[in-house]
Design a protein around this ligand. Structure first.
Ligand code: PEP
Ligand code: MN
Length: 342
């Protein structure tokens, strides 16, 4: 971090400011120019608040050289992180560090028949995980809100029948007590900056699928991951799921460049959700392929046995047959990328 001081800052004031900064645990190098003094801070500056420094009467400008996140930062953890999920029956499913996680299933759990049949179909096609929302974050309070605990029970039944680990969204920390059988907890886009929730999830020991907020920057996504990690839970999978832009042609705009950008800055696995990113079923296969080609560690795809009758997100859900066709192509992409599907 570099701090440029105001013109004419008095030497004794600079000395006490330097001592204050050193008290924050960094080394301070002073460069005195003809008219301006510049301080170079060396060490871990992630705990230093730039805005607070800016309000100091001596400070003209603060430039952050190092990213504000530490635990999520590849600089302090060069190797890719791999998330291992115990799938029972002596099997482990993996995401990251050369393993592609393919998560598929309906937007919402609707009936036993629906979730079990979709689970069987996506497993048969080669998916590694089953998704399905039990607690749904809907824009309208009058829309289907999910089956809640009953939905979780049905997901567990589908898990028992297929052996697929399950991924489902948690909206409130109070729901954690009923999430025992859940393998990966999803934090949805709307909750990416629910800092109280993130802090609580830091204390939990289950992997977290953290989706990018609708209008969040890449740094904000990484800072959200940092919240969970600073609480002690380092098992995080990041998810690019499209962002709001001026264009309403698609539901969101898939920011595919987020994949290489995130992979460069963090060691955490990064997956892509082409369903919410586009909102249009026929675009999903193209964007799923593009995600793997861009270096993603997997995809999360909405699959429904009868999209036209889906209670949520039918327009963007592909059929089990379309998913099976997509999987055949993704397997070839995985091979080309030298990655394994677990
Ligand atoms: C979902 O996965 O069903 C969902 C609601 O996703 P997002 O939070 O990305 O909108
Ligand atoms: Mn959905």
């Amino acid at each position: 971090m570099i701090i440029a001081l105001k013109h004419g800052a008095a030497t004794d004031k600079i000395g006490s400011f330097k001592a204050f900064l050193e008290g924050l645990g960094v080394k301070v190098h002073i460069s005195e120019g003809a008219s301006q003094t510049v301080l170079g801070l060396v060490g871990d500056t992630s705990g230093i608040d730039e805005d607070a420094l800016m309000s100091h009467h001596l400070v003209e400008k603060v430039i952050r050289v190092q990213e504000p996140y530490k635990r999520a930062n590849r600089m302090f953890h060069p190797e890719d992180t791999r998330i291992d999920i115990d799938a029972g029956r002596g099997q482990t499913r993996r995401i990251g560090a050369g393993y592609l996680g393919i998560i598929a299933g309906p937007c919402s759990v609707e009936t036993r028949g629906q979730i079990v049949s979709v689970a069987k179909a996506v497993k048969e096609a080669g998916a590694g995980f089953l998704r399905g929302g039990a607690f749904k974050p809907r824009t309208s309070p009058y829309s289907f809100q999910g089956l809640g605990c009953r939905g979780l029970d049905l997901l567990l039944e589908a898990k028992k029948e297929t052996g697929l680990p399950i991924v489902t969204e948690l909206m409130s920390i109070r729901q954690l007590e009923v999430f025992d059988g859940v393998d990966i907890i999803q934090v949805g886009a709307r909750n990416m900056q629910n800092f109280t929730l993130l802090k609580e999830l830091g204390r939990c020991r289950k992997p977290i699928l953290l989706k990018r907020g609708l209008a969040s920057t890449i740094t904000e996504l990484l800072m959200a991951a940092e919240y969970i990690m600073s609480g002690g839970n380092e098992s995080i999978i990041l998810c690019e799921r499209g962002i709001r832009t001026f264009d309403s042609h698609t539901r969101n705009t898939l920011d595919l460049s987020a994949v290489p950008a995130l992979k460069r800055h963090t060691h955490l696995p990064v997956i892509v959700d082409p369903s919410h990113a586009t909102g249009i079923a026929w675009m999903v296969p193209a964007m799923a392929k593009a995600a793997i080609a861009a270096g993603a560690d997997g995809v999360i795809v909405e699959v429904h046995n009868d999209p036209e009758k889906a209670l949520c997100d039918g327009e963007q859900s592909i059929t089990p047959d379309a998913f099976a066709t997509l999987m055949e192509i993704l397997k070839r992409y995985a091979e080309f990328e030298g990655k394994l599907m677990s």
